[in-house]
Design a protein around this ligand. Structure first.
Ligand code: APR
Ligand code: PHB
Length: 394
């Protein structure tokens, strides 16, 4: 078997890359460890920056996002029992975000790939990458009991944080930067109308909480919990009570509860790999970096990696130029560190950090007071949340 680009992983990064390459006439094969059903069962954030929405349009998969996605011109920040609306639209000269679940983005991409009859191997085992430091890389894997070798020009490592691509790089060739936060997010999905028409980010004395949504009838809520918590200890009733205790009176009154469709605890991590290129293998999305979910940047950073990577491959095949490939890592990392910084900062601002002592709590108080009473402060939240321009600082 042979292809131009072997894509490892069928999350949003791998599928979007596949679609953009297909549009430009570049051949790719996707190899995924899990089944398609399993990939679609993962619940993740769903706030799309304009840049991400534009890229989904460019890939030809934006139709349902425009029909069903909810356009948000702001969000509420609840602190000291007071709502502060961050008016994204006014503060950023008209920019908004689209609330559309990552699962739906993945579904749209999967369906488009299937409709175009493009090759994908799901439930592949023993996936291994070979010779990416040479001109003839390859990928080996087992599918339905048969061992395959896929020869290719390039390998795109879109295989997430626990993938095989980053793990195959010699340790001396890679630098990793990491912070693990001392708490997680306990999330609950339910078929209940959202408590508010926009998101509410909450800094309460009991810890952070977030009221998010998937549609006008489906809600997603989170509460900060210690890392030692087990999801089994959280009945739906306990979750709703804890969420209620972190809300303000109007939200407490209008909150509609119901049985959970999904409940899980996610740890929070900041992580960056440098570089993102190793010979003929390139990392994109969660394979190269992780952000804590507070700024909703994960999917958006993955999308900008894929934008740069697809452009670099297309330039290589159409113009015989390696400039895009050579610049890929530095170009992505600039944007990634901006997203990492915002996600880390917004996490620090909104969560309880008991182990950092009273002084941290006082700094947080003073910072929130400043930000929420200053136009410049609100704008700094808003312009990062909607996404800084792609070429910012260049
Ligand atoms: N072989 C093949 N596939 C693999 C392997 C492997 N050895 N290891 C992992 N995978 C697959 C995973 O099963 C998963 O489907 O790679 C895929 C990676 O997908 P994601 O983890 O969703 O990562 P990515 O596509 O980069 O999406 C980034 O996901 O976690 C969120 O916040 C993040 O929204 C962002 C988005
Ligand atoms: C979500 O809807 O899951 C979500 C939204 C915004 C975030 C994080 C998660 O910042």
């Amino acid at each position: 078997m042979r292809t131009q680009v072997a894509i490892i992983g069928a999350g949003p990064s791998g599928l979007l890359l596949g679609q953009l390459l297909h549009k430009a006439g570049v051949d790719a094969v996707i190899i995924e460890r899990q089944s398609a059903e399993y990939v679609l069962s993962r619940i993740r954030a769903g706030i799309l920056e304009q840049v991400t929405a534009d890229l989904l349009d460019e890939a030809g998969v934006g139709e349902r996002m425009h029909q069903e996605g909810l356009v948000h011109g702001g969000f509420d920040l609840l602190w000291h029992n007071q709502r502060n609306r961050i008016d994204l639209e006014r503060l950023t000269g008209g920019k908004k975000v689209i609330c559309y679940g990552q699962t739906e983005v993945t579904r749209d991409l999967m369906e488009a790939r299937q409709a175009a009859g493009l090759p994908s191997y799901y439930s592949a085992s023993e996936v291994a990458v070979h010779d990416f430091d040479s001109a003839r890389p390859s990928v080996s894997f087992v599918h339905e009991g048969v061992r395959h070798t896929l020869e290719c020009d390039f390998i795109a490592g879109c295989d997430g944080f626990h993938g095989v691509c980053r793990a195959s790089v010699p340790r001396a060739a890679i630098r990793e930067f990491e912070r693990v936060y001392p708490f997680g997010w306990l999330g609950l999905l339910s078929d209940t109308p959202p408590v508010h028409h926009e998101l509410i980010y909450i800094n309460s004395p009991r810890g952070f909480a977030l009221c998010s949504q998937r549609s006008l009838t489906r809600s997603r809520y989170y509460v900060q919990v210690p890392l030692s918590e087990k999801v089994e200890n959280w009945s739906d009733e306990r979750f709703w009570n804890e969420l209620r205790a972190r809300l303000d009176e109007p939200a407490r009154e209008s909150l509609v509860t119901g049985p959970s469709l999904e409940k899980s605890i996610a740890p929070l991590r900041s992580f960056v790999t440098e570089p993102l290129r190793f010979g003929r293998m390139f990392l994109a999305g969660d394979a190269g970096h992780i952000v804590p979910p507070t700024g909703a940047k994960g999917l958006n950073l993955a999308a900008s990696d894929v934008k740069y990577l697809s452009a670099a491959f297309i330039e290589y095949y159409s113009e015989h130029s390696e400039a895009g490939l050579d610049g890929y890592s530095a170009r992505c990392l600039k944007r990634i560190w901006r997203g990492e910084r915002f996600s880390w900062w917004f996490t620090q601002l909104m969560h309880e950090f008991p182990e950092q002592g009273e002084i941290h709590a006082r700094f947080q108080e003073a910072e929130l007071e400043y930000l929420l009473h200053s136009e410049a402060g609100q704008r700094t939240i808003a312009e990062n949340y909607v996404g800084l321009p792609l070429d910012f600082g260049s």
